[in-house]
Design a protein around this ligand. Structure first.
Ligand code: ARG
Length: 571
């Protein structure tokens, strides 16, 4: 497709001595298309050229010669030069590209198949999968798809919390009271009970605490009995997590959790020792980070046990060696900001090339706040995620029942699953990830709000339009000029910008940019739909409108899938 922005940049470059790439970064896309399709702000040049922005704008505009066919008009408004693109060319470019690529529309290979390691979800064994893990799963999963779409090779790692001193306690509790609990059928809840009970006992009895510590030591030394019980906890917990992953459609390339690094930590400690920076402190070993303005990073506890941080350091070494990554991302709540700052700092001591240590990135996200209502909170404050997803599906089933009672019961169920889960996913991604999110059923499931159900509903609408005709018209028959009006151009401009939008989402690791895009595209289609009769007497117009509907349908589905949202055909 023609790169309109680049064409604009070339024109400016013919007058101003700034590289085209840099100019492209300055060029803006005005919110109001009356101000042009692209605008160049001259304020940036005012200082160096020692002239008023308006004067500069005039000078550039007047100097431009050989305006290409794809630029219709150039205007100066204030300190801006506004460029209007030739709409008939935009229409032709977009339609031809959709026709060529179909459902692959928008994909690129700029990623050169380089590896992007994404550490996400990462719940803890024998503990509830909570709503924070849901956010990590959803955000990480979206990033995974986004990078793949751009031609990178995403590697999804579920860094399970399957190691640490708490397992010493769990093993002890299980040893003592295992038979009293039904951990086969209800592992997480039952193991949580055991954990609470053993903790109580540890508080009363120093001897028991010592036993627990011992168990963990034994686990680290690969003691057969301890390892066997631990494996059982891990397997049963994973089976429970699997149910949630199945609902969300989450997939991972690796389930190497913390335990996987147990035999890889001695090397980390050895390397750190050699740097001379590993210091004794109250019997423990630490890396001092005072100079960097942070508390010390605990590498080895006073009893010789390793820590969460050490395991993450071993994981960095392993991931650099195994995946030769272009970037390694870590998706967790902002509560772990300090942890990642610390380990990224310490990672610089591991002797890795800078291309690795400079490309470790924490992707923090905000908390989920509950608008109190009826949501089961059996584990104190922890919401059981599976219940939440099922509740969403149930609520949607009710809404569908009202809106479309004639659907087959089986179909209704399938749709409710897509919509109920899609609603929760969309809500998780709708706002900039660092913001705290308020969980409110009425908002999440509002079919008219900026929600998952709304975009799905728009998609369904495009489908029902397409179902009214026998086939998508061949593009040779399409009269492009029929699409040269405000509402259709809005849609085509959005479709044109799809790849750039995905690139921006990757650059900022911000799936909400795609969520916003989906809302904008849905709004644009709704306006078009409300203003125009698609199935009409004029066959020329109908064909063009049908094609536009098909293009919208294609991109809505593609971009929703980037977020992990499945689109129903009906609802
Ligand atoms: N298991 C941790 C938690 O639930 C998250 C792990 C994140 N990944 C990592 N490499 N530290 O908080």
């Amino acid at each position: 497709m023609i790169n309109f922005k680049k064409e604009v940049a070339k024109l400016i470059n013919s007058i101003v001595n700034i590289p085209i790439d840099e100019l492209e970064e300055y060029i803006e896309i005005p919110k109001d298309s009356n101000m042009g399709d692209y605008a160049f702000p001259c304020f940036k040049l005012a200082k160096t050229l020692k002239k008023a922005p308006t004067q500069i704008a005039e000078k550039i505009k007047n100097g431009i010669k050989n305006i290409p066919e794809c630029i219709e008009n150039i205007e100066v408004v204030g300190g801006y030069i506004n460029f209007y693109i030739e709409k008939n060319i935009l229409i032709k470019e977009v339609i031809q590209e959709i026709d060529l690529k179909k459902s692959e529309y928008g994909k690129t290979d700029i990623g050169n198949n380089e590896n992007i390691v994404i550490d996400y979800s990462s719940p803890n064994i024998a503990k509830p999968f909570h709503i924070g893990h849901l956010r990590s799963t959803v955000i990480g999963g979206a990033l995974y798809n986004i990078y793949n779409f751009l031609g990178y090779n995403s590697i999804g790692i579920n860094h399970l919390g399957d190691y640490g001193t708490q397992f010493g306690k769990l093993i002890e509790g299980y040893k003592r009271w295992g038979t009293e609990y039904d951990i086969e059928n209800n592992p997480i809840e039952e193991l949580t009970k055991i954990y609470i009970r053993i903790n109580e006992l540890c508080k009363e009895d120093e001897q028991v605490l010592e036993e627990c510590r011992n168990n963990f030591k034994k686990l680290e030394e690969k003691d057969e009995y301890c390892t066997k019980i631990w494996s059982k906890f891990r397997e049963l917990s994973l089976k429970e997590f699997e149910r949630i992953y199945e609902m969300l459609g989450s997939k991972f390339d690796s389930l190497n959790g913390e335990a996987f690094y147990s035999d890889k930590m001695p090397e980390v400690i050895e390397i750190l020792e050699k740097t001379g920076k590993l210091k004794e402190s109250e019997g423990a070993r630490i890396i001092d980070l005072e100079e960097q303005g942070m508390p010390p990073c605990l590498i080895e506890k006073s009893n010789g046990s390793t820590t969460y941080a050490t395991r993450d350091l071993a994981a960095i070494l392993y991931r650099a060696r195994t995946y030769n990554f272009k970037k390694a991302l870590y998706v967790t709540s902002y509560e772990q900001v300090l942890h990642f700052k610390q380990i990224f700092e310490v990672a610089k001591l591991l002797g890795l090339e800078e291309k690795y240590t400079n490309n470790l990135e924490h992707i923090p996200f905000g908390m989920v706040l509950l608008k109190t209502g009826k949501m089961s909170t059996r584990e104190g404050n922890v919401i059981k995620l599976e219940e939440l997803l099922n509740e969403s599906i149930k609520r949607v089933e009710k809404i569908i029942e009202e809106k479309n009672p004639s659907l087959e019961p089986e179909e209704k169920k399938k749709i409710a699953k897509k919509v109920g889960i899609g609603a929760v996913i969309f809500n998780d991604l709708a706002n900039s990830r660092i913001k705290d999110e308020i969980f409110d059923w009425d908002q999440i499931l509002n079919f008219n709000g900026e929600t998952g159900p709304y975009i799905q509903y728009t998609y369904v609408r495009t489908n029902s339009v397409l179902n009214k005709v026998n086939e998508i018209p061949s593009i040779n028959k399409i009269d492009y000029s029929a699409l040269n009006k405000k509402e259709s151009i809005e849609i085509l401009k959005l479709i044109y910008s799809y790849t750039d939008t995905v690139k921006l989402a990757a650059l900022k690791n911000e799936p909400s940019i795609i969520a916003r895009y989906l809302i904008d595209l849905s709004h644009a289609f709704s306006s078009f739909y409300n203003e125009n009769k698609i199935i009409c007497e004029d066959k020329n117009i109908q064909d063009a409108y049908i094609y536009l509907t098909y293009a919208t349908n294609t991109v809505l589905k593609s971009s929703a899938e980037l977020l992990g949202i499945k689109m129903p055909k009906k609802m």
